[in-house]
Design a protein around this ligand. Structure first.
Ligand SMILES: Cc1ncc(COP(=O)(O)O)c(C=O)c1O
Length: 490
């Protein structure tokens, strides 16, 4: 009997890791399909029947079914129900790692990691959130600079880098951050990393112990959540409102060792942390003797209002570690970012970075330093800013017919994505799934939630789609949102 199988699988899953109920049901249904308990073409019970049989809320069931639909396991046909797709693999091959046998082979941590917000669900499509358009990158110039630095490279440039990265690159990064982001720093506080992910891991490895608590914004950047899970930290989601992270007295009872924030443009809601909140957060960190990790991932793209200063720039207590990345302005595969650590941590961080990560790529770092010194970075940024501003304007215009008192846009002043906020009772996963069936990928805001369940909406990117794509697809997206919203009674 299907419900017995699902209940047994869910209880097995909950014994091994702390998955939310909708992820447990998602995984149990997936196993039922891959293991043959549900056949191709078979109709699965309705969300109402499943909710009754499994004693779950209907929202939980709908969230699981929507995810399976987005990922291509299920198809729903209006009026006739939901069916298992024909192309779902099954049998021993499907049960290999990556499918049903996965939890038997992976550690508990590995299973938990593979069960939360997977990159495979982040297919890059015109409206995928936060993705830049790297097609504009000046590849010929870049190739010339790389060739030049490869020709000039001394043997020691081919070694690991023990000093936190190529010195001229650290210097230009420090100059940029001092002037444009009001970061307080000397060049030796800059460590070049392979991007924000590595910066976060280093902070977790060096500043927290296994089982230490990290406060993350709720909803949160999934990459940070994964970095903390992978380093064995305990996640505590702190609600975000329109002024950024908003710790309440109840949160204070779970004392943090680390606090991860995106103050310039909260990911994904887009809230800008107010000055009052910034000072409160610095006080909170001081009281708990905690470190703040400031991820300034897209501050280069601010479209209205004065440039915002960093939180690190307000810190008089050396508690903020500031990090940024070249992924958005240049291209993600470059895999270069930077971490600014307080003076008293410089030696420990450089030594640990060397020991744990064996950093290198000095000729690449040299090419990047020259790219910045020669003004190419500023021109790439200027061009990108202008182009993203046009795409953003075009998307905002296209979305106008969807807006009203129950559907509003947040976070469009900066970055490469915006949020269409919807009332808390809306099933945003079902809405995103339906839009997905119409060939456009947007993410439900609830997918980024750590603990709370009241934040609903759609995260819509405008960085990757060209202006003409937005002109063509924007009205179609708005039409789909409107008709689905009407159908779902939003
Ligand atoms: C919130 C946030 N931080 C950081 C990054 C960049 O990370 P990385 O440097 O690891 O590419 C991204 C990229 O999407 C992001 O959305």
């Amino acid at each position: 009997m299907l419900s017995e199988f699902l209940l047994a699988e869910m209880s097995r899953l909950s014994a091994h890791n702390e998955l939310p109920l909708h992820r447990q049901l998602y995984e149990a249904l997936r196993r039922a399909m891959l293991g043959g308990q549900l056949d191709a073409g078979e109709r699965i019970p309705s969300s109402r029947e499943l909710a009754t049989d499994l004693r779950l809320s209907r929202n939980t069931v709908v969230a699981a079914l929507s995810q399976l639909t987005v990922e291509g396991y299920l198809s729903s046909h209006v009026g006739s129900g939901t069916y298992v797709n024909d192309n779902v693999p099954r049998g021993p091959a499907a049960a290999a790692p990556g499918f049903t046998g996965q939890s038997a082979q992976l550690s508990q941590r590995g299973a938990a990691l593979s069960n939360t917000f997977c990159a495979r669900t982040l297919e890059i499509q015109p409206f995928t959130g936060g993705i830049a358009d790297f097609s504009a990158f000046p590849t010929t110039l870049w190739q010339r600079l790389q060739n030049k630095h490869w020709r000039m490279s001394y043997p020691d440039m081919l070694d690991y880098s023990s000093s936190g990265g190529y010195a001229p690159l650290r210097r230009v990064v420090a100059d940029y951050l001092r002037v444009f982001r009001s970061v307080q720093l000397d060049t030796d506080q800059v460590i070049i990393t392979s991007g924000t992910q590595q910066s976060l891991e280093l902070c977790a490895q060096l500043l927290a112990d296994h089982g230490s608590t990290v406060w993350v914004e709720d909803p949160a950047y999934w990459g940070a959540v994964k970095a903390f899970m992978a380093t064995g930290l305990k996640l505590h989601g702190v609600r975000v409102d329109e002024q950024g992270i908003a710790p309440e007295p109840l949160d204070e009872a779970t004392a943090p060792r680390l606090i991860y924030v995106t103050p310039s443009h909260q990911y994904p809601t887009g809230a800008v942390m107010s000055l009052a909140r910034r000072h409160q957060l610095l006080d909170t960190a001081r009281r708990h003797q905690a470190w703040i990790l400031e991820d300034d991932y897209d501050s280069e793209f601010r479209f209205s209002g004065p440039p915002l200063s960093s939180l690190q720039g307000l810190d008089s207590d050396a508690r903020v570690l500031y990090m940024g990345s070249f992924s958005k302005v240049l291209y993600p595969g470059l895999k270069l970012g930077y971490l600014v650590v307080p003076q008293q941590l410089v030696t420990a961080f450089k030594e640990a970075h060397y020991d744990l990560n064996r950093p290198g790529q000095l000729p690449l770092q040299a090419a990047l330093a020259e790219f910045i010194e020669m003004g190419h970075f500023s021109s790439a940024l200027r061009r990108a800013r202008q182009s993203y501003a046009e795409r953003r304007r075009c998307l905002l215009e296209a979305l106008k017919p969807c807006l009203g008192s129950r559907a509003q846009i947040s976070g469009a002043e900066q970055g490469l994505h915006l949020c269409l906020r919807l009332p808390s009772g809306v099933d945003d996963a079902a809405l995103a799934a339906r839009i997905g069936q119409l060939g456009m990928v947007v993410r439900p805001l609830s997918a980024y939630c750590v603990e709370r369940q009241d934040v609903k909406g759609l995260v819509i990117g405008y960085g990757y789609a060209t202006l003409s794509e937005i002109e063509r697809l924007g009205p179609r997206l708005a039409g789909a949102i409107r008709s689905e919203a009407q159908r779902l009674g939003i």
